[in-house]
Design a protein around this ligand. Structure first.
Ligand code: AMP
Length: 187
């Protein structure tokens, strides 16, 4: 089972990925988590990524594509995985298609979390207070939402054309949204 969770920052992808993988027994791959761990470690990858992340900009495609290509070949991905926060650009989506083709893997679903902008800003500001993520400040939030519209939104059309898109309403309780994920994915 290979699934992409698509949606703007603050849409609940990470939270729902965690709920889903407990149910489905597969792993979550979040490029944001991998990058934050690299920043915390002060590794060369982290040093390279930090400037982009703090401003709410995207880390270059080549960097995240490389991360994903390595990560999905690890042993724990054999039963399947949820990609959370990747792909975020058309270039990343096309690269992913090539990688999957090369590895003889098949994409099952792209779950698209639909949440209005006003709600996203409120959630991200709330998360800033709770988790203290350095990129959850008003300037970075504005930037990330704009980048989502410019760079990531075209993926909706891209996956709709491939008949992979499963849109769901991202408003409601965690349990309600988890049920909607279940309804479209079948697990
Ligand atoms: P996230 O936790 O998914 O919101 O990601 C946090 C930050 O990490 C983003 O604002 C980007 O700076 C960077 N990032 C995560 N995933 C990607 C990606 N697929 N492409 C480029 N940058 C990414």
């Amino acid at each position: 089972m290979l699934i992409i969770f698509l949606g703007p920052p603050g849409a609940g992808k990470g939270t729902q990925a965690k709920i889903f993988l407990e149910r489905a027994g597969i792993v979550q791959i979040s490029t944001g988590d991998i990058l934050r761990a690299a920043v915390a470690k002060g590794s060369p990858l982290g040093t390279q990524a930090k400037g982009f992340m703090d401003k709410g900009e995207l880390v270059p495609d080549s960097v995240v594509i490389g991360i994903i290509e390595e990560r999905i070949q690890e042993e724990d991905c054999k039963k399947g995985f949820v990609l959370d926060g990747f792909p975020r650009t058309l270039e990343q989506a096309r690269a992913l298609d090539e990688i999957l083709l090369k590895l003889h893997l098949h994409l099952d679903h792209v779950v698209n979390f639909e949440v209005p902008d006003e709600e996203l800003v409120e959630r991200l500001l709330g998360r800033a207070q709770q988790e203290g993520r350095s990129d959850d400040n008003p300037e970075s939030i504005k930037n990330r939402l704009q980048i989502f519209k410019d760079k990531t939104q075209p993926l909706i059309q891209y996956y709709a054309e491939k008949k992979k898109l499963r849109p769901i309403d991202g408003l409601g309780s965690m349990a309600e949204i988890a049920d909607r994920v279940k309804a479209v994915v079948g697990i």
